[in-house]
Design a protein around this ligand. Structure first.
Ligand code: C5P
Length: 221
């Protein structure tokens, strides 16, 4: 059996980028590899959780014991997340596109020798904020904050703004995106726990152990 402190728990995770279609052949994307979110899914499953992993377009193998649902756009991701509640913990790791093209062109846009088309954008739903505000709010809602400057201050503000329980802040000014190492700070209402730089799999294991401990403490209250 081993160490299964998340047995009987449902952990809902988002990971990867989203793609926001412009026309049938073009889209807006970002550099998220999905590695950290997939590692968290693997770690939660290894500790006995039922894991739902809502994944944007990435080329990663589904971790053992994980239920994976593939999505493309932020709106698809938001709907799948909503339909996957309730959960004991939500860990929103996806690098959701902030904006999408306001209109989708059903036919491939053509160069006509004239000026390039203007790309008009509109805001996507904030999945993390919506989960944290939902009637079905998981007891533990965790967001990520990829920052390039004033990492802790921005992340603390984000925790309050998005009304989540924890924010995992990481400094992405280096080559974190796509890499195998990560350095994170876990911020909750009490303060900051800073972890050393370590493989994303070890970050994942530390985070899910902390999730298990916190859920068990909540139950004991
Ligand atoms: O505001 P920012 O994008 O930096 O917030 C990052 C956190 O919010 C991550 O946990 C990310 O998964 C989540 N997020 C989301 N939906 C969005 C934007 C961000 O769930 N539309």
């Amino acid at each position: 059996e081993g160490h299964r402190p998340l047995a009987g728990r449902h952990v809902l995770i988002t990971a990867g980028p989203t793609w926001e279609a412009i026309d049938p052949v073009r889209y807006i994307a970002n550099r998220s590899s999905g590695k950290q979110g997939f590692a968290i899914a693997a770690a939660a499953a290894a500790l006995g959780a039922k894991v739902t992993l809502v994944a944007g377009p990435v080329s990663l193998k589904t971790p053992k014991g994980v239920d994976r649902i593939n999505v493309e756009s932020a709106r698809d991701m938001a709907e799948v997340v909503r339909n996957s509640l309730p959960a004991d913990a939500a860990v929103m790791v996806a690098a959701v596109a902030d904006w999408r093209p306001k209109e989708y062109r059903a036919e491939k846009m053509k160069k006509r020798g004239s000026a390039p088309p203007a790309l008009v954008l509109e805001e996507n739903p904030d999945i993390l904020t919506n989960v944290a505000a939902s009637d079905n709010r998981p007891p533990l809602v965790i967001g990520f904050a990829a920052e390039t400057e004033d990492v802790l201050d921005h992340a603390k503000a984000k925790r309050k703004r998005k009304t989540c329980d924890w924010i995992v802040a990481n400094d992405v000014s280096g080559d974190v995106m796509g890499g195998d190492l990560n350095k994170v700070h876990i911020i909750d209402a009490e303060g900051v726990e800073s972890l050393d730089e370590m493989p994303k799999l070890d970050v994942a294991m530390a985070l899910v152990e902390r999730i298990a401990t916190t859920l068990n403490e909540q139950d004991a209250e």
